[in-house]
Write a protein that binds this ligand. Structure first.
Ligand code: NAD
Length: 284
């Protein structure tokens, strides 16, 4: 159902690779709510993925940019403003990648060159895009900037590796730049801490299926899907959240407030029973 929440608004959406991507769902939902958008991704992701299908569906222009390249970002904001004939109102950062995770380098055996890349792609790119937007005065007053994060920024989750450090930095950038951009232009900057979601990046996380199931059992409302996330992000782009800034907002079905749930306890007890029976069997 559409509420015309973004009627007359324009924005840039980073990170739609395929129809599983969270950014894909946000793009569809934003357009449904009346927004006009520009889609962007790395040239290689545009070639390998299906973003052009999304662009056709949304009537959107696609502009290639590597979010770690300030030059690419400058071109992106220039071209976007040319395309719309003026400034934009919202930006979504939906980008993450860790070469250490991809190459199975564990947290106690990180390649530091890879770590630099993880931080640059997954966190510093957020700073770069905001700095470029501000220098070009590309965003209207009362605009909204959102990046996607994960609870590994606050809590240690086995296997999330150096992406945890990247998310902590990402959330810190939202606060630090949120102060400056809020003070000057009333532009708000928030991160949305999303449930595990079966996407290309998500599925690359070590033990992802177990993590997805665990989070679902722990959350009273169940995991938030990519579609649920799109609804939440659209609300953050809308004028209904004009005084929300510098926040990390949990969108996780209640997971972040839980310690143990009945659903998770049931599975845990079953495996304890199996372990006990195994030991008993060996002793007999
Ligand atoms: N999937 C999950 O479980 C989950 C949970 C919480 C948060 N998130 C976050 O959501 C965001 C989107 O990920 P997703 O799950 O939709 O996966 P996805 O694989 O669909 O999207 C990741 C995107 O990052 C883009 N990207 C990588 N390097 C880039 C670069 N240098 N420049 C520009 N773009 C680049 C990729 O091309 C891809 O489109 C990420 O920040 C991710 O950490 C995901």
């Amino acid at each position: 159902m559409s509420y015309n929440l973004l009627k007359g608004k324009k924005g840039i959406i980073f990170g739609a690779l395929n129809d599983k991507s969270i950014a894909w769902k946000v793009a569809e939902r934003a357009v449904e709510e009346g927004a006009e958008i520009v889609l962007t991704n790395m040239a290689v992701s545009i070639r390998m993925g299906t973003i052009n299908e999304l662009a056709d569906k949304c009537g959107a222009k696609v502009i290639a940019a590597d979010a770690t390249s300030v030059e690419d970002l400058e071109n992106l904001f220039d071209e976007t403003m040319k395309h719309f004939g003026g400034k934009i109102d919202f930006v979504l950062h939906s980008i993450g990648s860790s070469p250490n995770v991809r190459k199975s380098r564990t947290y106690d055996d990180l390649d530091y060159g890879f770590l630099q890349k993880t931080l640059d792609i997954s966190a510093i790119s957020f700073h770069k895009m905001i700095q470029v937007a501000r220098k070009k005065d590309a965003i209207n007053d009362w605009g909204s900037i959102v990046a996607l994060s994960y609870i590994a920024a606050q809590r240690t989750l086995y296997g999330y590796n150096d992406m945890a450090d990247a998310k902590a930095l990402l959330e810190s950038i939202a606060r630090s730049f949120g102060y400056i951009y809020g003070r000057e232009k009333k532009i708000r900057i928030n991160t949305v801490s999303q449930s595990p979601t079966p996407t290309t990046a998500g599925s690359g996380v070590f033990g992802f299926d177990g993590l997805l199931d665990f989070a679902d059992r722990m959350s009273p409302l169940g995991n938030a899907t990519a579609d649920d996330c799109a609804d939440y992000v659209v609300m953050l782009f809308s004028d209904l959240t004009r005084k929300v800034t510098m926040q990390n907002l949990y969108h996780d079905g209640g997971f972040s407030s839980m310690g143990m749930s009945r659903n998770a306890m049931n599975v845990y007890n079953k495996s304890l029973e199996m372990e006990y029976n195994d030991v008993k069997h060996k002793e007999e």
